[in-house]
Design a protein around this ligand. Sequence first.
Ligand code: C2O
Ligand code: CU
Ligand code: CU
Length: 436
Amino acid sequence: LRSVNGTLTVDLASSPQQVTIAGRDVRALSYNGGVPGPTLRIRAGDTLSVSLRNGLADPSNLHVHGLHVSPENNSDNMFVTVAAGDSFDYQYELPANHPPGVYWYHPHHHGFAADQVFGGLYGAIIVEDPDPIPASRERVLVISDITLDSIGTIPAATSMEKMSGREGDLVLVNGQLSPSMTARPGEQERWRIINACVSRYLRLRLDGQQMSLLGIDSGRFEAARDVDEVVLAPGNRADLIVTGIAGTSVLRAHTYDRGMSGGMMMGRGSSTAAADIALATLTVAGDTIATVAAIPGQPVPRDLRTATVTARREFIFAMGMGGNMGGGMMSATINGQVFDATRIDTTVQFDSVEDWLLTNTSRLDHPMHLHVWPMQIIEQSGQPVKTIMWQDVVNIPARSTVRVRIAFDDFSGRTVYHCHILDHEDSGMMGVITAN
Ligand code: C2O
Ligand code: CU
Ligand code: CU
């Protein structure tokens, strides 16, 4: 990692490594030998240069999830393949007004994304605040899940797991099982939480402590909100202030039913609905710290509810069995089609605002993700959303609709939208979009 004049240069090698996960020697995939990979810290206006060396036996590439950067050339280009043994130099130029917040990186080669992320390839990107938010300490918590067999390798996903979306037996925080943290009463900590799980939803609670939510993804509230829980679909991030209250609290992932409780899809990899999971312990003890400065207000977020909409579209997320895929394989489609890199599904006009109705006809939730341009949630199940929420992953609950608006500004080019249950993405629940 090297930082010079607004440029961060990272040499990122992906390779299979012997790493320690949950106290065991595990053969996993890693960036630069660690799970997660290094945290990259940048600012609006910076250029992030990453040279990716693919030491895997399969093709890979790199995606900077949530960053508002060009999808063309050697920026966040989804159509780049970095073959086994090859290298590629990425260069991401952040606009001067890029929103601060929590972002992340992971591989995105179609057909390999779920296996490679589940294998250990992910890391955090922090875009620093222009005016720092007072906090005595900052923690980056990358939450992922993994399944290990008796010899410390990751078993291949079954076709059932691919259909429902694989969930690991172990839920890790920064590659560790149930880590312990300490703080002092009154201490205000900044927690940056990333849901890097392939399919698992996280309904996070930290009972006994005070949590204030600054925002989700690239979105920020004008004023931080006190919350009891935060729900993160795969790919979502939370930016939180945790104020310590004396005692011991457990960060837990509470049960979340994403449509798995119906029985048919139970079995290994369907534990979301089964029980609460303890992720980490926070012990708050010692002398009370005099209260840190108040959390400053944030700029009023842009509101597209009154914008001039130039196109309205509908996207239908559907799952079905069989068809021409045979052998009990499922199909996962958007508007009836599976992903084809040579087809363009959606053409939008650069600098226009569009209104998209996202419909989920299946019995599982689908977290919809669009690259490059964030989405403002307008309606949930037909009901207007009162708060301005900008997100890059928007959950569409089973048999439900969500309406979003998108401003296709700053960048033109070709990229993708997809379900962020990466098993569904690899099965074809992804479309190609160009803005021109
Ligand atoms: Cu986090 Cu297209 O992905
Ligand atoms: Cu992404
Ligand atoms: Cu899905």
